[in-house]
Design a protein around this ligand. Structure first.
Ligand code: BGC
Length: 540
C-alpha cells in the first residue's frame, strides 16, 4: 500500500527486552520471530526494531561496530532475513534503526584512527585541546549523557563524542563517510527492510568552527546548539532520499530529530528529504487538556505545511513509561524539556491513577490523524521500574551523570509474557536464565497471557483500538475540535468522535452518539474523570 506510513500504527521493538529465543536472558531475533503472531494479532502495520548491529553494547546497541552484520547476542544475518520475510508474510512492515551520528569506538574505522592510519582520523572529529599544554577540551560542549563531549587520547589529541566516549562522532564533511552510509542504506534496503528510523538525525553536521555553546540550560535538548540542526544536514537527507527511491516498493525514513520547534522539524520533511519524523511534544506534555490541545494543533498544522503526517509518540526506550509519568502530580508548564526522573523521587506514584490516564492517553493517541508509535510494553500497561538496584543499571547515563540521573533502564526491563514469577516467559522455560534487567514481581498481573482474554486489560484495549481505528477515523479525515473548554478534549474525525476527560469531575456526553470503545467504565451518558471514549452516531 502506497503511503502506508502516513497513518500507520508502528510498534517499537526494543529487541534486547522483547523476547529471548536462545535462553541467555537477552532478547533476540529468534525470540522476536516467534512472537510475530502476537504482534500481528494487535493489528499493527509496522515494527521499528532498535539497533541490531554488532556492538559492544555500551549504549545498548547505539554504539555500532559493524553496520552490515547482526550482533551475535541477537542472532545472525540469516535470522534477520528470515524475520523480514516472516513479518512481510503477516503484512507487517519492518523499519530498522540507523545510527549515523557516531560509531562504536570498536568500529574498524576508529581502530584505524587510533593507529593513525592515513586519512583515518578525518572520518571522526579530532582536535587539539586549548591552553598552553592543550589540556582543556577544544570547546565547552557537553555529552547528552553528562560530562564533557570530548575525550583526550594518550597522545594529547581530543575526539568528539556527543554521547558516550565509546561513541565517537563521525565527520560528515568527509565524502567517504557519506558514501559509506549510502552503501549501508542500500545494503539493508536490498534485504527487504521498508525503512529506517534515523538516530540523532539532527546531529550529523556540526558548525564548522565548533564554537562554544555556552552554559547548558535545563531545556537544552530543544535549544539551538552548534552541534545540532545545522542547515547542512539537509543535503545528506536529499541524497538518502535518492537512494531510497531506487527501490520498490516504497522505502521510507523516519527521523529522530530533536529540534527547537515543529517549524524546524518540518524542514526535514520537505518533499525531497525524509518522509516523516517523530514529534516529541506529545510525550513531553503533562496530563492537561490545554497543553495537549496546543501540542496537537501545532503538530498537525506544522506537518501539514510540508504534506507530512503528524506523528504521535507516547513513549520510547528513552522516556519514562506513561503509566508512571501520569501517576504523579503533573507539571504546570505546557511542554516540558525533559521528563525529569530525579524530580520525582520524592513523590509516591499512584499507579492506579497512572494506568487509568495511560489508557485514556492511548485512545487519544490512536484517534489522532497521522502515525502512532507504540513502545513495547505500553500495550501491557507496564510501569517504569524505578526500584532497579544501582549495580544492575546499564544505561551509560547513570555513570556519566556522576550517578545523579538513574537513566533509562526503568523502561527497558524485559517484557512479561506468561507465568507468575520472573522471567515471566521472557526466556524459554528450560533455560533458567535471568533477564538482563530484573523484572518486578508485580508484573505477574501484567503478562501478555494473563491479559489476552481479559476485556478489561490493556492489551484488549490496545488491540480493540488498533482494529477499530481505521474504520472509525479513516486516514484522510481531519480533526475538528468540538468547541469545549476546561479539562475536556473532544474532537470529531469523519463520523466519529473522541472525548477525553482530564479533569476531576465527570462530564456529560452528547445525546445521539454511541460509545464504541472506552478506556475505563463510563456510566450512562457521563464521562468519568481520566477517561476517554470513542463514539459513533447511533446506531453504529
Ligand atoms: C537513542 C538513544 C541513544 C542515542 C545515542 C538516541 O536518541 O534513541 O537510545 O542513546 O540516540 O545513539
Amino acid at each position: 500500500m502506497e503511503n502506508w506510513w502516513k497513518s500507520a500504527v508502528v510498534y517499537q521493538v526494543y529487541i534486547r527486552s522483547f523476547a529471548d529465543g536462545n535462553g541467555d536472558g537477552i532478547g533476540d531475533l529468534p525470540g522476536l520471530r516467534e512472537k510475530l503472531p502476537y504482534l500481528s494479532s494487535l493489528g499493527i502495520d509496522a515494527i521499528w526494531i532498535t539497533p541490531w548491529y554488532t556492538s559492544p553494547m555500551v549504549d545498548a546497541g547505539y554504539d555500532v561496530a559493524d553496520f552490515r552484520d547482526i550482533d551475535p547476542s541477537y542472532g545472525t544475518l540469516h535470522d534477520a532475513e528470515a524475520l523480514i520475510r516472516d513479518a512481510h508474510a503477516l503484512g507487517i512492515k519492518v523499519i530498522i534503526d540507523i545510527v549515523p551520528n557516531h560509531t562504536s569506538s570498536e568500529h574498524r574505522w576508529f581502530h584505524a584512527a587510533l593507529r593513525d592510519e592515513a586519512n583515518a582520523k578525518q572520518r571522526y572529529i579530532f582536535r587539539d585541546g586549548q591552553g598552553t599544554d592543550g589540556s582543556s577540551p577544544p570547546n565547552d560542549w557537553t555529552s547528552a549523557f553528562g560530562g564533557p563531549a570530548w575525550t583526550r587520547l594518550p597522545n594529547g589529541e581530543w575526539y568528539l563524542h556527543m554521547f558516550a566516549p565509546e561513541q565517537p562522532d563521525l565527520n560528515w564533511e568527509n565524502p567517504e563517510v557519506r558514501a559509506e552510509f549510502e552503501d549501508i542504506l542500500a545494503f539493508w534496503f536490498a534485504r527487504g527492510i521498508d525503512g529506517f528510523r534515523i538516530d540523532v538525525a539532527h546531529g550529523l553536521v556540526k558548525h564548522p568552527e565548533l564554537p562554544d555553546a555556552g552554559p547548558r540550560p535545563e531545556d537544552w535538548r530543544t535549544q539551538p546548539h552548534p552541534a545540532r540542526d545545522q542547515d547542512g544536514v539537509h543535503d545528506i537527507y536529499r541524497t538518502w532520499r535518492k537512494v531510497a527511491e531506487t527501490f520498490t516498493p516504497e522505502r521510507i525514513f523516519v527521523a529522530e530529530a530533536v529540534v527547537p520547534t515543529n517549524e524546524r522539524l518540518a524542514r526535514y520533511l520537505r518533499p525531497d528529504e525524509l518522509h516523516t519524523a517523530f514529534q516529541f511534544d506529545f510525550t513531553r506534555a503533562p496530563w492537561r487538556a490545554n497543553s495537549l490541545r496546543d501540542v496537537i494543533d501545532d503538530a498537525v498544522s506544522q506537518a501539514a505545511t510540508v504534506g507530512a503526517p503528524a506523528t504521535w509518540v507516547l513513549s520510547s526506550h528513552d522516556i519514562p513509561r506513561p503509566v508512571t509519568r501520569y501517576a504523579r502530580s503533573q507539571p504546570e508548564f505546557d511542554v516540558q524539556p525533559e521528563w525529569d526522573r530525579a524530580r520525582w523521587s520524592a513523590e509516591e506514584p499512584d499507579l492506579e491513577l497512572g494506568k487509568r490516564r495511560a489508557r485514556a492517553a492511548a485512545l487519544l493517541q490512536l484517534a489522532l490523524p497521522g502515525t502512532a508509535y507504540i513502545y513495547q510494553g505500553d500495550e501491557l500497561g507496564l510501569d517504569e521500574v524505578e526500584s532497579l538496584p544501582p549495580e544492575v543499571r546499564n544505561d551509560p547515563t547513570w555513570a556519566q551523570s556522576g550517578y545523579t540521573d538513574v537513566g533509562r533502564d526503568g523502561c527497558r526491563v524485559p517484557l512479561p509474557w506468561s507465568g507468575t514469577s520472573p522471567p515471566f516467559g521472557f526466556s524459554p522455560e528450560a533455560s533458567h536464565a535471568d533477564p538482563w534487567l530484573p523484572q518486578p514481581e508485580h508484573w505477574e498481573s501484567r503478562t501478555v497471557l494473563d491479559q489476552q482474554n481479559d476485556n478489561a486489560s490493556f492489551v484488549w484495549l490496545y488491540r480493540s483500538a488498533i482494529h477499530l481505528r481505521t474504520a472509525l477515523f479513516p486516514a484522510e479525515t481531519e480533526l475538528e475540535w468540538l468547541g469545549f473548554a476546561g479539562q475536556v478534549l473532544a474532537f470529531q474525525r469523519g463520523d466519529s468522535q473522541c472525548w477525553v476527560n482530564l479533569g476531576d469531575e465527570p462530564v456529560d456526553l452528547p445525546a445521539g452518539w454511541d460509545v464504541v470503545l472506552e478506556s475505563s467504565r463510563t456510566h450512562g451518558d457521563s464521562l468519568p474523570s481520566d477517561t476517554a471514549v470513542w463514539m459513533t452516531r447511533s446506531p453504529f
